[in-house]
Design a protein around this ligand. Structure first.
Ligand SMILES: NC(=O)c1ccc[n+]([C@@H]2O[C@H](COP(=O)([O-])OP(=O)(O)OC[C@H]3O[C@@H](n4cnc5c(N)ncnc54)[C@H](OP(=O)(O)O)[C@@H]3O)[C@@H](O)[C@H]2O)c1
Length: 471
Protein backbone atom coordinates (compact mmCIF):
# COMPACT_ATOMS: atom_id res chain seq x y z
CA UNK A 1 0.00 0.00 0.00
CA UNK A 2 1.35 3.44 -0.91
CA UNK A 3 2.02 5.23 2.36
CA UNK A 4 3.32 8.53 1.01
CA UNK A 5 1.40 11.78 1.48
CA UNK A 6 0.74 13.91 -1.60
CA UNK A 7 1.13 17.66 -1.38
CA UNK A 8 -1.02 19.94 -3.56
CA UNK A 9 -0.57 23.68 -4.24
CA UNK A 10 -3.61 25.88 -3.58
CA UNK A 11 -2.99 29.19 -5.36
CA UNK A 12 -2.11 30.87 -2.03
CA UNK A 13 1.69 30.96 -1.67
CA UNK A 14 2.79 28.43 0.94
CA UNK A 15 -0.73 27.13 1.72
CA UNK A 16 -0.56 23.42 0.93
CA UNK A 17 -3.28 20.77 0.86
CA UNK A 18 -1.97 17.38 1.94
CA UNK A 19 -3.61 14.11 0.95
CA UNK A 20 -2.93 11.49 3.61
CA UNK A 21 -3.14 7.73 3.17
CA UNK A 22 -5.85 6.40 5.54
CA UNK A 23 -5.92 2.67 6.35
CA UNK A 24 -9.42 1.43 7.09
CA UNK A 25 -10.75 -1.88 8.33
CA UNK A 26 -13.75 -3.10 10.29
CA UNK A 27 -12.44 -1.46 13.47
CA UNK A 28 -12.06 2.02 12.04
CA UNK A 29 -9.10 3.79 10.50
CA UNK A 30 -5.46 4.68 11.10
CA UNK A 31 -3.27 7.35 9.52
CA UNK A 32 0.17 8.82 10.02
CA UNK A 33 -1.14 12.29 10.74
CA UNK A 34 2.28 13.95 10.80
CA UNK A 35 5.46 12.18 9.74
CA UNK A 36 8.21 14.72 9.31
CA UNK A 37 10.51 12.83 6.96
CA UNK A 38 7.69 11.80 4.62
CA UNK A 39 6.05 15.24 4.71
CA UNK A 40 9.31 17.00 3.88
CA UNK A 41 10.01 14.50 1.09
CA UNK A 42 6.51 15.17 -0.27
CA UNK A 43 7.13 18.94 -0.40
CA UNK A 44 6.09 20.44 2.94
CA UNK A 45 8.52 22.87 4.61
CA UNK A 46 10.66 21.37 7.37
CA UNK A 47 8.08 22.30 9.96
CA UNK A 48 9.05 21.90 13.62
CA UNK A 49 5.90 22.16 15.73
CA UNK A 50 6.07 22.76 19.48
CA UNK A 51 2.37 22.58 20.40
CA UNK A 52 -0.56 20.33 19.44
CA UNK A 53 -4.14 21.62 19.93
CA UNK A 54 -7.39 19.77 19.40
CA UNK A 55 -10.72 21.43 18.65
CA UNK A 56 -13.84 19.33 19.22
CA UNK A 57 -17.23 20.56 17.99
CA UNK A 58 -20.55 19.05 19.02
CA UNK A 59 -22.76 20.58 16.33
CA UNK A 60 -22.63 20.60 12.57
CA UNK A 61 -22.35 24.19 11.39
CA UNK A 62 -19.95 25.32 14.13
CA UNK A 63 -17.96 28.02 12.37
CA UNK A 64 -14.69 29.58 13.59
CA UNK A 65 -12.54 32.24 11.95
CA UNK A 66 -11.17 33.82 10.03
CA UNK A 67 -7.96 34.03 12.06
CA UNK A 68 -4.43 34.56 10.75
CA UNK A 69 -1.97 33.42 13.38
CA UNK A 70 1.62 34.48 14.06
CA UNK A 71 3.03 30.98 13.38
CA UNK A 72 2.88 28.16 10.86
CA UNK A 73 0.17 25.59 11.43
CA UNK A 74 -0.71 22.07 10.23
CA UNK A 75 -4.40 21.23 10.51
CA UNK A 76 -5.86 17.72 10.16
CA UNK A 77 -9.28 16.24 10.87
CA UNK A 78 -9.42 13.47 13.48
CA UNK A 79 -13.13 12.67 13.18
CA UNK A 80 -16.06 13.92 11.10
CA UNK A 81 -15.49 16.49 8.36
CA UNK A 82 -15.03 20.22 8.02
CA UNK A 83 -15.22 22.86 5.34
CA UNK A 84 -12.04 24.90 5.54
CA UNK A 85 -11.52 28.37 4.07
CA UNK A 86 -8.25 30.28 3.90
CA UNK A 87 -7.60 33.89 2.97
CA UNK A 88 -4.12 35.34 2.40
CA UNK A 89 -3.82 38.30 4.78
CA UNK A 90 -0.09 38.89 4.19
CA UNK A 91 1.08 42.14 2.63
CA UNK A 92 1.86 41.67 -1.05
CA UNK A 93 0.37 40.57 -4.32
CA UNK A 94 -1.53 37.63 -2.85
CA UNK A 95 -3.41 39.75 -0.25
CA UNK A 96 -7.10 38.75 -0.27
CA UNK A 97 -6.72 35.53 -2.30
CA UNK A 98 -8.91 32.74 -0.95
CA UNK A 99 -9.05 28.96 -1.12
CA UNK A 100 -11.49 26.46 0.33
CA UNK A 101 -11.68 22.67 0.60
CA UNK A 102 -13.56 19.96 2.46
CA UNK A 103 -11.34 18.07 4.88
CA UNK A 104 -11.98 14.56 6.12
CA UNK A 105 -9.46 12.23 7.75
CA UNK A 106 -7.65 11.91 4.41
CA UNK A 107 -6.80 15.62 4.08
CA UNK A 108 -4.64 18.03 6.04
CA UNK A 109 -3.55 21.60 5.38
CA UNK A 110 -0.25 23.38 5.98
CA UNK A 111 -1.06 27.03 6.72
CA UNK A 112 1.82 29.51 6.69
CA UNK A 113 1.91 32.39 9.17
CA UNK A 114 -0.32 35.26 8.05
CA UNK A 115 -2.86 33.18 6.09
CA UNK A 116 -6.30 33.39 7.73
CA UNK A 117 -8.10 30.14 8.65
CA UNK A 118 -11.85 29.53 8.90
CA UNK A 119 -13.49 26.17 9.68
CA UNK A 120 -17.11 25.02 9.53
CA UNK A 121 -18.00 21.57 10.81
CA UNK A 122 -20.13 19.54 8.42
CA UNK A 123 -21.09 16.78 10.87
CA UNK A 124 -21.77 16.58 14.61
CA UNK A 125 -18.90 15.53 16.87
CA UNK A 126 -16.18 16.70 14.52
CA UNK A 127 -12.64 17.13 15.75
CA UNK A 128 -9.52 18.56 14.18
CA UNK A 129 -6.02 18.88 15.46
CA UNK A 130 -3.45 21.52 14.72
CA UNK A 131 0.27 21.56 15.24
CA UNK A 132 1.88 25.00 15.60
CA UNK A 133 5.46 26.29 15.59
CA UNK A 134 5.26 28.62 18.62
CA UNK A 135 3.83 28.18 22.10
CA UNK A 136 0.60 30.08 22.58
CA UNK A 137 0.91 32.97 25.03
CA UNK A 138 -1.05 36.06 26.01
CA UNK A 139 1.59 38.06 24.14
CA UNK A 140 0.92 36.05 20.97
CA UNK A 141 -2.67 37.32 20.96
CA UNK A 142 -1.47 40.70 19.62
CA UNK A 143 0.06 38.87 16.65
CA UNK A 144 -3.33 37.65 15.36
CA UNK A 145 -5.16 39.29 12.44
CA UNK A 146 -8.88 38.69 12.01
CA UNK A 147 -11.15 38.84 8.96
CA UNK A 148 -14.94 38.78 8.95
CA UNK A 149 -16.38 35.40 7.93
CA UNK A 150 -18.83 37.19 5.62
CA UNK A 151 -16.26 39.37 3.83
CA UNK A 152 -17.77 39.92 0.38
CA UNK A 153 -14.47 40.10 -1.56
CA UNK A 154 -13.23 36.80 -0.07
CA UNK A 155 -16.72 35.38 -0.88
CA UNK A 156 -16.32 32.15 1.06
CA UNK A 157 -19.03 29.64 -0.04
CA UNK A 158 -19.89 28.40 3.48
CA UNK A 159 -21.98 25.21 2.99
CA UNK A 160 -24.13 26.11 6.02
CA UNK A 161 -25.21 29.75 5.74
CA UNK A 162 -23.62 31.93 8.45
CA UNK A 163 -27.11 32.96 9.64
CA UNK A 164 -27.76 29.32 10.62
CA UNK A 165 -24.24 28.56 11.82
CA UNK A 166 -22.96 28.53 15.38
CA UNK A 167 -20.55 31.49 15.49
CA UNK A 168 -19.00 33.27 18.48
CA UNK A 169 -19.88 36.92 19.02
CA UNK A 170 -16.22 37.86 18.50
CA UNK A 171 -16.09 36.08 15.14
CA UNK A 172 -19.23 37.92 13.94
CA UNK A 173 -17.64 41.32 14.44
CA UNK A 174 -14.22 41.07 12.78
CA UNK A 175 -13.39 43.72 10.16
CA UNK A 176 -13.80 43.35 6.41
CA UNK A 177 -10.77 42.98 4.15
CA UNK A 178 -10.64 46.64 3.09
CA UNK A 179 -10.33 47.71 6.75
CA UNK A 180 -7.46 45.31 7.53
CA UNK A 181 -3.80 46.07 8.03
CA UNK A 182 -2.03 43.28 6.10
CA UNK A 183 0.27 40.99 8.07
CA UNK A 184 3.87 42.18 7.68
CA UNK A 185 6.81 39.89 6.94
CA UNK A 186 8.56 37.98 9.73
CA UNK A 187 11.37 39.99 11.26
CA UNK A 188 15.11 39.60 11.05
CA UNK A 189 17.35 40.80 13.88
CA UNK A 190 20.86 42.05 13.13
CA UNK A 191 23.29 41.96 16.08
CA UNK A 192 26.52 43.98 16.01
CA UNK A 193 24.81 46.62 13.90
CA UNK A 194 27.64 49.13 14.25
CA UNK A 195 30.33 46.98 12.66
CA UNK A 196 31.33 46.92 8.99
CA UNK A 197 28.89 44.15 8.11
CA UNK A 198 26.15 45.51 10.37
CA UNK A 199 26.30 48.90 8.66
CA UNK A 200 26.28 47.33 5.20
CA UNK A 201 23.21 45.29 6.11
CA UNK A 202 21.47 48.42 7.39
CA UNK A 203 22.15 50.14 4.06
CA UNK A 204 20.91 47.20 1.97
CA UNK A 205 18.03 45.60 3.89
CA UNK A 206 14.46 46.58 2.98
CA UNK A 207 13.28 49.60 4.97
CA UNK A 208 9.84 48.11 5.63
CA UNK A 209 10.38 47.44 9.33
CA UNK A 210 11.19 43.78 8.74
CA UNK A 211 14.83 44.26 9.80
CA UNK A 212 15.76 45.34 13.32
CA UNK A 213 19.27 46.39 14.25
CA UNK A 214 20.94 46.20 17.65
CA UNK A 215 24.34 47.72 18.38
CA UNK A 216 26.55 46.47 21.18
CA UNK A 217 25.08 49.25 23.38
CA UNK A 218 21.58 47.86 22.76
CA UNK A 219 22.46 44.17 22.94
CA UNK A 220 25.78 43.00 24.33
CA UNK A 221 25.91 39.37 23.25
CA UNK A 222 28.33 38.53 26.07
CA UNK A 223 25.70 39.56 28.62
CA UNK A 224 23.96 36.21 29.13
CA UNK A 225 20.97 37.83 30.83
CA UNK A 226 20.38 40.29 27.97
CA UNK A 227 20.64 37.50 25.45
CA UNK A 228 18.28 35.28 27.47
CA UNK A 229 15.72 38.10 27.46
CA UNK A 230 15.81 38.33 23.66
CA UNK A 231 12.40 37.01 22.58
CA UNK A 232 12.77 35.52 19.10
CA UNK A 233 9.08 34.58 18.74
CA UNK A 234 8.10 35.45 15.19
CA UNK A 235 11.66 36.14 14.03
CA UNK A 236 12.60 34.59 10.71
CA UNK A 237 16.34 35.06 11.26
CA UNK A 238 19.09 36.46 13.44
CA UNK A 239 22.14 37.74 11.60
CA UNK A 240 25.02 37.75 14.04
CA UNK A 241 27.33 40.45 12.73
CA UNK A 242 28.75 40.92 16.25
CA UNK A 243 32.15 39.46 16.98
CA UNK A 244 35.38 40.09 18.77
CA UNK A 245 37.55 40.91 15.74
CA UNK A 246 40.80 42.25 17.26
CA UNK A 247 43.12 39.55 15.97
CA UNK A 248 46.33 40.72 17.69
CA UNK A 249 44.72 41.69 21.01
CA UNK A 250 43.08 38.25 21.14
CA UNK A 251 46.55 36.86 21.97
CA UNK A 252 46.63 38.80 25.26
CA UNK A 253 45.06 37.36 28.45
CA UNK A 254 42.23 39.91 28.42
CA UNK A 255 41.72 39.57 24.67
CA UNK A 256 41.59 35.79 24.86
CA UNK A 257 38.84 36.01 27.49
CA UNK A 258 36.85 38.59 25.49
CA UNK A 259 37.29 36.66 22.25
CA UNK A 260 35.99 33.40 23.73
CA UNK A 261 33.09 35.21 25.40
CA UNK A 262 31.84 36.90 22.20
CA UNK A 263 32.85 34.38 19.55
CA UNK A 264 32.00 31.14 21.33
CA UNK A 265 29.98 31.33 24.55
CA UNK A 266 27.54 33.96 23.23
CA UNK A 267 27.23 32.16 19.91
CA UNK A 268 26.26 28.96 21.74
CA UNK A 269 23.51 30.83 23.57
CA UNK A 270 22.30 32.36 20.31
CA UNK A 271 22.27 28.98 18.58
CA UNK A 272 20.11 27.51 21.34
CA UNK A 273 17.69 30.46 21.26
CA UNK A 274 17.36 30.21 17.47
CA UNK A 275 16.84 26.46 17.66
CA UNK A 276 14.07 26.88 20.23
CA UNK A 277 12.18 29.37 18.04
CA UNK A 278 12.78 27.78 14.65
CA UNK A 279 14.73 30.92 13.76
CA UNK A 280 17.48 30.81 11.15
CA UNK A 281 20.90 31.80 12.52
CA UNK A 282 23.25 33.54 10.12
CA UNK A 283 26.76 33.63 11.55
CA UNK A 284 30.07 34.81 10.15
CA UNK A 285 33.17 32.67 10.00
CA UNK A 286 36.67 33.59 8.95
CA UNK A 287 39.60 32.48 6.79
CA UNK A 288 41.50 32.54 10.12
CA UNK A 289 39.95 29.15 11.02
CA UNK A 290 42.55 27.70 8.61
CA UNK A 291 46.32 27.48 8.88
CA UNK A 292 46.77 28.75 5.32
CA UNK A 293 48.93 25.84 4.16
CA UNK A 294 46.59 25.09 1.24
CA UNK A 295 46.35 27.57 -1.65
CA UNK A 296 42.57 27.77 -1.24
CA UNK A 297 39.78 26.38 0.92
CA UNK A 298 36.35 24.87 0.29
CA UNK A 299 33.50 24.52 2.72
CA UNK A 300 34.60 20.90 3.32
CA UNK A 301 38.08 21.76 4.64
CA UNK A 302 38.47 21.10 8.36
CA UNK A 303 39.40 24.06 10.57
CA UNK A 304 42.98 24.21 11.80
CA UNK A 305 43.42 27.69 13.31
CA UNK A 306 46.76 29.27 14.17
CA UNK A 307 45.87 31.99 16.68
CA UNK A 308 43.36 32.68 19.44
CA UNK A 309 40.97 34.67 17.24
CA UNK A 310 40.88 31.83 14.69
CA UNK A 311 40.45 29.27 17.46
CA UNK A 312 37.43 31.10 18.83
CA UNK A 313 35.94 31.52 15.35
CA UNK A 314 36.42 27.79 14.68
CA UNK A 315 34.78 26.89 18.00
CA UNK A 316 31.86 29.22 17.19
CA UNK A 317 31.51 27.55 13.78
CA UNK A 318 31.21 24.13 15.40
CA UNK A 319 28.46 25.41 17.68
CA UNK A 320 26.52 27.12 14.86
CA UNK A 321 26.66 23.95 12.77
CA UNK A 322 24.46 22.27 15.42
CA UNK A 323 21.56 24.71 14.86
CA UNK A 324 19.08 23.05 12.49
CA UNK A 325 18.58 26.26 10.50
CA UNK A 326 21.89 27.99 9.98
CA UNK A 327 23.95 29.75 7.38
CA UNK A 328 27.60 29.81 8.37
CA UNK A 329 29.06 32.42 6.02
CA UNK A 330 32.86 32.23 5.85
CA UNK A 331 34.59 35.32 4.57
CA UNK A 332 38.00 36.99 4.44
CA UNK A 333 39.62 40.44 4.37
CA UNK A 334 36.40 42.44 4.93
CA UNK A 335 36.29 46.06 3.75
CA UNK A 336 33.37 48.25 4.73
CA UNK A 337 32.42 51.33 6.70
CA UNK A 338 35.01 51.06 9.47
CA UNK A 339 38.67 50.42 10.13
CA UNK A 340 40.10 48.07 7.51
CA UNK A 341 43.14 47.61 5.31
CA UNK A 342 41.83 49.74 2.43
CA UNK A 343 40.82 52.63 4.69
CA UNK A 344 44.25 52.46 6.37
CA UNK A 345 46.10 52.51 3.01
CA UNK A 346 43.93 55.44 1.90
CA UNK A 347 44.80 57.38 5.04
CA UNK A 348 48.52 56.67 4.63
CA UNK A 349 48.52 57.55 0.93
CA UNK A 350 46.89 60.89 1.62
CA UNK A 351 49.05 61.60 4.69
CA UNK A 352 52.22 61.15 2.61
CA UNK A 353 53.29 58.06 4.60
CA UNK A 354 55.17 55.39 2.58
CA UNK A 355 54.08 52.05 4.08
CA UNK A 356 55.78 48.64 4.28
CA UNK A 357 53.19 46.07 3.30
CA UNK A 358 53.29 42.26 3.54
CA UNK A 359 53.66 40.51 0.20
CA UNK A 360 53.64 36.86 1.30
CA UNK A 361 50.06 36.51 2.57
CA UNK A 362 47.54 35.82 -0.17
CA UNK A 363 43.79 36.07 -0.44
CA UNK A 364 40.84 38.04 -1.77
CA UNK A 365 38.95 41.03 -0.48
CA UNK A 366 35.34 40.94 0.58
CA UNK A 367 33.48 44.23 0.47
CA UNK A 368 30.93 44.43 3.26
CA UNK A 369 28.24 45.52 0.80
CA UNK A 370 28.71 42.36 -1.25
CA UNK A 371 28.89 40.24 1.90
CA UNK A 372 25.56 41.75 3.03
CA UNK A 373 24.04 41.17 -0.42
CA UNK A 374 25.12 37.52 -0.36
CA UNK A 375 23.61 37.01 3.10
CA UNK A 376 20.27 38.56 2.05
CA UNK A 377 20.37 36.35 -1.05
CA UNK A 378 20.82 33.18 1.04
CA UNK A 379 17.91 34.14 3.29
CA UNK A 380 15.54 35.33 0.56
CA UNK A 381 16.24 32.48 -1.83
CA UNK A 382 15.93 29.96 1.02
CA UNK A 383 19.13 28.32 -0.10
CA UNK A 384 19.88 25.00 1.59
CA UNK A 385 21.21 25.52 5.13
CA UNK A 386 24.91 25.03 5.74
CA UNK A 387 28.30 26.65 5.31
CA UNK A 388 29.03 29.03 2.43
CA UNK A 389 32.27 30.75 1.46
CA UNK A 390 31.56 34.35 0.47
CA UNK A 391 34.12 36.88 -0.72
CA UNK A 392 34.56 38.96 -3.82
CA UNK A 393 35.68 37.18 -6.99
CA UNK A 394 39.02 37.65 -8.75
CA UNK A 395 42.64 36.60 -8.65
CA UNK A 396 44.38 35.72 -5.42
CA UNK A 397 46.57 38.67 -4.45
CA UNK A 398 48.89 39.82 -1.67
CA UNK A 399 48.30 42.72 0.70
CA UNK A 400 51.08 44.60 -1.09
CA UNK A 401 49.26 44.25 -4.41
CA UNK A 402 46.04 45.56 -2.86
CA UNK A 403 47.92 48.50 -1.35
CA UNK A 404 49.33 49.27 -4.81
CA UNK A 405 45.83 49.15 -6.32
CA UNK A 406 44.54 51.56 -3.66
CA UNK A 407 47.41 54.01 -4.12
CA UNK A 408 47.01 53.92 -7.92
CA UNK A 409 43.22 54.33 -7.77
CA UNK A 410 43.62 57.40 -5.57
CA UNK A 411 46.25 58.92 -7.88
CA UNK A 412 49.22 58.24 -5.59
CA UNK A 413 52.45 56.55 -6.68
CA UNK A 414 52.34 52.80 -5.86
CA UNK A 415 56.16 52.96 -5.89
CA UNK A 416 55.90 54.51 -2.40
CA UNK A 417 54.96 51.05 -1.07
CA UNK A 418 57.76 48.79 0.16
CA UNK A 419 56.99 45.08 0.03
CA UNK A 420 57.97 43.13 3.13
CA UNK A 421 57.70 39.54 4.33
CA UNK A 422 55.52 38.42 7.25
CA UNK A 423 58.73 37.70 9.21
CA UNK A 424 60.10 41.13 8.41
CA UNK A 425 56.84 42.81 9.45
CA UNK A 426 56.72 40.77 12.67
CA UNK A 427 60.23 41.88 13.59
CA UNK A 428 58.91 45.44 13.66
CA UNK A 429 55.50 44.45 15.15
CA UNK A 430 56.17 41.64 17.63
CA UNK A 431 52.57 41.58 18.90
CA UNK A 432 51.25 40.49 15.51
CA UNK A 433 49.19 37.29 15.84
CA UNK A 434 49.93 34.38 13.52
CA UNK A 435 48.07 34.67 10.23
CA UNK A 436 47.36 32.16 7.45
CA UNK A 437 49.60 32.47 4.37
CA UNK A 438 46.71 31.52 2.08
CA UNK A 439 43.21 32.88 2.71
CA UNK A 440 41.48 32.30 -0.62
CA UNK A 441 38.02 30.78 -0.23
CA UNK A 442 36.54 28.88 -3.19
CA UNK A 443 33.21 30.33 -4.26
CA UNK A 444 31.53 27.63 -6.34
CA UNK A 445 28.97 26.71 -3.64
CA UNK A 446 27.55 30.23 -3.19
CA UNK A 447 27.62 30.77 -6.96
CA UNK A 448 25.52 27.60 -7.43
CA UNK A 449 22.78 29.28 -5.35
CA UNK A 450 22.62 32.09 -7.94
CA UNK A 451 24.75 34.69 -6.15
CA UNK A 452 27.67 35.88 -8.28
CA UNK A 453 30.06 38.03 -6.23
CA UNK A 454 31.50 41.02 -8.10
CA UNK A 455 35.22 41.22 -8.91
CA UNK A 456 37.24 42.57 -5.98
CA UNK A 457 38.95 45.36 -7.92
CA UNK A 458 35.72 46.56 -9.54
CA UNK A 459 34.23 46.59 -6.06
CA UNK A 460 37.32 48.45 -4.79
CA UNK A 461 36.76 51.23 -7.31
CA UNK A 462 33.14 51.58 -6.19
CA UNK A 463 34.16 51.52 -2.54
CA UNK A 464 36.77 54.22 -2.96
CA UNK A 465 34.27 56.39 -4.82
CA UNK A 466 31.43 55.89 -2.34
CA UNK A 467 33.19 55.87 1.01
CA UNK A 468 36.37 57.78 0.68
CA UNK A 469 35.97 61.01 -1.26
CA UNK A 470 39.13 63.16 -1.15
CA UNK A 471 38.84 65.60 1.75
N1 LIG B 1 36.97 42.07 9.20
C1 LIG B 1 37.48 41.01 8.54
O1 LIG B 1 38.45 41.11 7.80
C2 LIG B 1 36.83 39.65 8.68
C3 LIG B 1 37.36 38.57 8.01
C4 LIG B 1 36.75 37.34 8.13
C5 LIG B 1 35.63 37.20 8.92
N2 LIG B 1 35.14 38.27 9.59
C6 LIG B 1 33.95 38.08 10.43
O2 LIG B 1 32.89 38.84 9.88
C7 LIG B 1 32.03 39.33 10.91
C8 LIG B 1 31.81 40.81 10.75
O3 LIG B 1 33.08 41.45 10.79
P1 LIG B 1 33.24 43.01 10.69
O4 LIG B 1 34.41 43.28 9.84
O5 LIG B 1 31.93 43.66 10.39
O6 LIG B 1 33.64 43.31 12.20
P2 LIG B 1 33.67 44.70 12.97
O7 LIG B 1 33.61 45.83 12.03
O8 LIG B 1 34.77 44.60 13.96
O9 LIG B 1 32.27 44.67 13.74
C9 LIG B 1 32.04 43.81 14.80
C10 LIG B 1 30.90 44.43 15.58
O10 LIG B 1 30.64 43.56 16.67
C11 LIG B 1 30.39 44.37 17.78
N3 LIG B 1 30.63 43.63 19.00
C12 LIG B 1 31.81 43.24 19.54
N4 LIG B 1 31.58 42.63 20.70
C13 LIG B 1 30.24 42.64 20.89
C14 LIG B 1 29.40 42.19 21.92
N5 LIG B 1 29.89 41.59 23.01
N6 LIG B 1 28.06 42.37 21.78
C15 LIG B 1 27.55 42.99 20.71
N7 LIG B 1 28.29 43.46 19.72
C16 LIG B 1 29.64 43.28 19.81
C17 LIG B 1 31.33 45.54 17.67
O11 LIG B 1 30.82 46.57 18.46
P3 LIG B 1 31.56 47.99 18.63
O12 LIG B 1 31.16 48.74 17.40
O13 LIG B 1 30.99 48.53 19.86
O14 LIG B 1 33.03 47.68 18.69
C18 LIG B 1 31.25 45.81 16.17
O15 LIG B 1 30.22 46.73 15.88
C19 LIG B 1 32.68 38.88 12.20
O16 LIG B 1 32.10 37.67 12.62
C20 LIG B 1 34.11 38.61 11.83
O17 LIG B 1 34.72 37.64 12.68
C21 LIG B 1 35.70 39.49 9.47
Amino acid sequence: MNNAPIVQETGIAGLLLVHLPVHEDARGWFKENWQRAKMVAAGLPDFRPVQNNVSFNRLAGTTRGIHAEPWDKYVAVIGGSVFGAWVDLRAGEGFGKSFSATLGPGQAVFVPRGVGNGFQTLEPDTGYSYLVTEHWSEKARSGYTFLNLADPSAGIPWPIPLAKATVSEADRTHPMLDALTPVGPRKTMVLGANGQLGRALAALAPADGSYEFATRGQMDITDARQLAALDLSGYRAVINAAAYTQVDEAETPAGRRASWAANVTAVGQLAVACTQHGTTLVHLSSDYVFDGRKPSYTEFDAPCPLGVYGQTKAAGDAVVAQAPRHYLVRTSWVVGDGKNFVSTMTRLARAGVDPSVIDDQFGRLCFARDLAAGILHLLDSQAPYGTYNLTNEGETVSWARIAAEVFAALGHDPGRITATSTDGYRAAHPAMAPRPVHSTLELSKIKATGFIPPDQFEALAGYLAAYLPEA
